[in-house]
Design a protein around this ligand. Structure first.
Ligand SMILES: [Ca+2]
Ligand SMILES: [Ca+2]
Ligand SMILES: [Ca+2]
Ligand SMILES: [Ca+2]
Length: 292
């Protein structure tokens, strides 16, 4: 008697998968009613490697039989099947193994089991990612905001004599034109360097790092500097001999940590050009910190 009953169930399920119109309504399994309503009366089912379009009323029968269903209509079925890779979210057609991962949305868009993979580093507030994949501060040291234009005074920040920990300024008129006597080439070298004025984990960029940044701009001038992720303004500089501030809004001068003889290297730009140059360490230039 039991055998006969089991046979009847087996036949019933087989029929359910072959001829959905004959199957009585069974309580639906794992079906989103909203999606159902949106989708209409028929959905795709993967039955033995073949995609068939069936009435929603017959879905339960198919699912009990082990068939996979594509409720959101994106062409991917909800469980292991012979028709497609598995849809990890069968209620959302924008999520399936054929999608490209979208960054920073907290969703595994491409169903590879990883959320927001290959999206680069996570930025903290006040940080920007350069075109070369480095993390910088989004503003000059001492500035209250990132630049909104090349002549945005709130983005200028402070001037630092090369190698100095603070904005203290010593006027200098005699060779070798350095506030530090004797000269010390080992200031500002790396994140643990002496007198590093940057916040924890940041340091003064080397000449090579500045030049790499410059070469990533769409134009080698102030417009390119502003258009870059760093949004570098033309803050001007402070003169070594009298401490006067000059070239505000017409020149950008940014120290590197690299020394050159008695002087040091820096990035310079104006409206027409941008280049690496060498200058006296007693000049006050802008500082932009790079994450180590
Ligand atoms: Ca699907
Ligand atoms: Ca989906
Ligand atoms: Ca993913
Ligand atoms: Ca994502």
């Amino acid at each position: 008697m039991k055998k006969v009953f089991a046979l009847c169930i087996g036949v019933l399920l087989f029929v359910a998968c072959e001829q959905d119109t004959l199957v009585p309504e069974i309580e639906e399994i794992n079906i989103d009613q909203t999606t159902l309503a949106k989708k209409g009366v028929k959905v795709d089912v993967c039955h033995k490697g073949k995609i068939i379009n069936v009435s929603v009323n017959s879905l339960s029968g198919h699912q009990v039989h082990g068939d996979a269903v594509d409720m959101d209509g994106d062409g991917y079925f909800d469980i292991e099947n012979d028709c497609s890779d598995v849809d990890c979210d069968d209620t959302d057609a924008t999520v399936n193994p054929g999608m490209v991962e979208v960054c920073d949305d907290g969703i595994d868009n491409n169903c590879d089991g990883e959320v927001d993979e290959d999206c680069g580093p996570v930025l903290n507030e006040g940080e920007v990612l350069s075109a070369n994949g480095r993390i910088w501060m989004d503003r000059n040291l001492g500035a209250t905001q990132a630049a909104t234009s090349s002549m945005d005074a709130d983005s200028y920040g402070d001037f630092y004599q090369w190698g100095r920990a603070t904005t203290d300024f010593t006027t200098v008129t005699g060779f070798p034109y350095d506030w530090s006597s004797p000269q010390n080439d080992n200031l500002w070298q790396g994140v643990n360097g002496v007198n590093n004025p940057c916040p924890d984990g940041f340091r003064i960029p080397t000449e090579a790092e500045w030049n790499e940044e410059r070469l990533s701009w769409n134009s080698y001038n102030a417009a390119g500097a502003l258009a870059s992720p760093l949004k570098l303004p033309m803050a001007g500089y402070r003169h070594r001999s009298n401490g006067a501030v000059d070239a505000v809004g017409s020149f950008g001068d940014y120290w590197s940590s690299t020394v050159s003889g008695t002087r040091s290297r820096y990035l310079a730009f104006d409206s027409s050009t941008a280049f690496m140059n060498t200058y006296d360490r007693a000049y006050g230039f802008s500082v932009r910190c790079l994450k180590d």
